[in-house]
Design a protein around this ligand. Structure first.
Ligand code: HEM
Length: 138
């Protein structure tokens, strides 16, 4: 395993069958030597050449054996820079539709309205009470 750091643009320079790099889970792999042996074929690897292949790799549900092969192909780690594509975690919570916050925001809006109304009524009540008290004292 190597800790050598590469940027996205470094990886993007290696996208031919003879020189093919991919990023999986923020690690950089040189898969050139494996491309002819890949049971899934060379086409899928060429599709993700020089790019982040995390999602494609995880979607297939590769075996532990595949992960061991991958480990041996590691060239380095990815150095993220501002403006790089976001990590593709292959994580359903990252891609899946999350319920928006609208429901609770609407609830809060109604709650806020009620607080203003009650606060206003209290202030009005206090004003009336003080006026009455003042008149009583005169
Ligand atoms: C880059 C590193 C990769 C390695 C080391 C690798 C390795 C392997 C291995 C060892 C298998 C045999 C089944 C298994 O053990 O899980 C396999 C199958 C497969 N791989 Fe990959 N793979 C890689 C990337 C990809 C990518 C990016 C795709 C994109 C879709 C892909 C698609 C497939 C498919 C579809 C199969 C199933 C083939 C079949 O059963 O007919 N692989 N891969």
């Amino acid at each position: 395993m190597s800790d050598k750091q590469y940027t996205y643009s470094d990886v993007a320079e290696h996208k031919t069958k003879k020189d093919l790099w991919v990023v999986i889970h923020d690690k950089v792999y040189n898969v050139s030597s494996f491309i002819d042996e890949h049971p899934g074929g060379e086409e899928v690897l060429l599709d993700v050449s020089g790019q982040d292949a995390t999602e494609a790799f995880e979607d297939v549900g590769h075996s532990d054996e595949a992960r061991e092969i991958l480990e041996k192909l590691q060239a380095g780690v990815l150095k993220r820079q501002p403006g790089d594509p976001a990590p593709k975690a292959g994580d359903p919570s990252a891609a899946g539709a999350k319920p928006g916050p609208q429901g609770s925001a609407a609830g809060f809006g109604v709650g806020l309205y009620a607080i203003i109304l009650v606060g206003g009524a209290l202030a009005f009540g206090a004003y009336q009470f003080l006026q009455a008290k003042q008149q009583h004292e005169q």
